[in-house]
Write a protein that binds this ligand. Structure first.
Ligand code: AMP
Ligand code: GLY
Length: 424
């Protein structure tokens, strides 16, 4: 079959890497892709959020199946538009993507169906939001309702900080329409975990557990980012915790979305806080995590593509996926300055030496090939240096050996990816 992957990050490189290996895939395209993806797929220069351009391309090239990586085009209705054109796609409809696209929708759904999450209020009026904050006290969390590229969440240590966040969003319009409504919620203590399931709208097939590292610098310090590294499995998600998450959060959500007339298909990514009272939902994402997807893909032994197709067609209830017992760990190499201003166009060398190490795979995020063939950085997060090993500690050692072979003075990475799990 002819497959199109949409996106240009490390997540999409990992998806292309897995899908290209499927015997079902005859031809693979990626829009827009990157320099690493070009080794797996034919890259076409259509932006990931150019819905009309993507639908036209899929029709023209007789694409059988589209796999949508990022949330933007899902929220814009790419899957709906493809369905209208008779093209199957992996991912939720726009109505179902509201689970990520609107935090207020997600919170109201949890309240209506008794799904454990932080207590909250939703506001369009700054004075009311501030009164709520003063009544509850700090620490407290302020979130822009809509998509804000991971920057719309403020963990406020003081009431003044929370009030300033409300002012920035509701009064100063910092995130535009995405911040025209805010959710103010209770701060939840505990350790975070990510949990992924594939779903066809009825059945949920749990994937392996994974853990991200959101802060930019070692010791979980510095600003929030899209994710600086991940490992799988996450020892904190024991079988009992996973069963609890499925029973109390995932299955009720899938049933709730069906009952609301917005059946959810695709991958549901729950960001969770494991609190003393049990797992609570922090957020839903309606796509694979980046960089969590990269560690899942290297651990997956089964063919990914039929599972993605079953998420569209139904029948995931009969599926079983096999995973390597091995652990996987990925280190994100980012351009100096990320997540704030950073330079593009710096040269990266040494990747051949890095991937020559056993059990090492490098997924590209923001890279492009210069006309003379040199590899250039083209984004904030640039490379995902990924390794497997018998334990997370082994995978970590191997991944950093590979990182040290990458010659990119304009980049940096955290040196402590996996610290919570090493030794467990
Ligand atoms: P979100 O985009 O909603 O996942 O929020 C980004 C990050 O903020 C999460 O990964 C958590 O580290 C943190 N966070 C969000 N909501 C809360 C909360 N209610 N309590 C504590 N930390 C939170
Ligand atoms: N790694 C976090 C995310 O994909 O949202």
């Amino acid at each position: 079959m002819r497959v199109l992957v949409v996106g240009s990050g490390g997540r999409e490189h990992a998806l292309c890497w897995s899908i290209a290996a499927s015997p079902l895939c005859d031809k693979l395209y990626c829009a827009p892709g990157n320099a690493g993806i070009a080794a797996e797929a034919e890259c076409v220069s259509i932006a990931a959020d150019d819905v009309t351009g993507l639908v036209d391309f899929a029709k023209r090239e007789r694409i059988d199946f589209v796999v949508v990586g990022p949330e933007g085009p899902l929220v814009l209705g790419l899957v709906d538009r493809l369905a209208e054109a008779g093209i199957k796609a992996f991912g939720p409809s726009a109505a179902a993507a509201a689970l990520e696209g609107s935090k207020a929708f997600m919170k109201d759904l949890c309240a209506k169906y008794d799904i454990p999450t932080a207590a909250y209020g939703r506001f369009t009026d700054a004075a009311e939001a501030k009164a709520f904050i003063r009544a509850r006290g700090a620490p407290i969390v302020v979130k822009a309702d809509g998509l804000a590229a991971g920057k719309g969440v403020i963990i406020a240590a003081t009431v003044a900080e929370a009030e300033a966040a409300v002012g920035a969003m509701l009064t100063a319009g910092q995130f535009g329409a995405a911040g025209a409504e805010v959710v103010v919620e209770e701060f939840l203590p505990g350790e975070e975990a990510s949990f992924f399931v594939l779903t066809d709208g009825t059945h949920a097939l749990p994937l392996a557990s994974a853990q991200d590292h959101k802060r930019a610098h070692d010791g979980d310090r510095g600003p929030n980012t899209g994710g600086m590294g991940a490992y799988s499995p996450a020892p904190i998600v024991t079988e009992a915790v996973a069963a609890d998450i499925m029973a109390r959060i995932i299955r009720p959500t899938i049933a709730a979305m069906a009952a609301e007339g917005r059946p959810f298909k695709g991958v549901l990514y729950a960001g969770l806080m494991l609190t003393p009272e049990g797992p609570k939902l922090l957020e839903y994402n309606v796509r694979f995590g980046d960089p969590e997807c990269q560690v899942l893909c290297v651990r997956l032994m089964s063919d990914l593509l039929p599972a993605l197709i079953a998420s569209h067609d139904g029948g995931l209830g009969h599926f079983h996926l096999r995973w390597h017992d091995k652990a996987a760990l990925t280190v994100v190499m980012a351009a100096h300055g990320y997540p704030d201003a950073y330079q593009k166009g710096t040269e990266i060398r040494g990747l051949e030496r890095a991937v020559a190490l056993p059990d090492v795979t490098i997924f590209h995020a923001g890279t492009r090939r210069a006309e003379d063939g040199r590899l250039l950085a083209n984004g904030g997060r640039v490379l995902n240096v990924t390794a497997t090993g018998n334990t997370i500690a082994d995978a970590q050692t191997r991944a950093y050996e590979a990182v040290d072979r990458v010659d990119w003075p304009a980049g940096f990475c955290r040196r402590d990816i996996g610290w919570r799990a090493v030794g467990k």
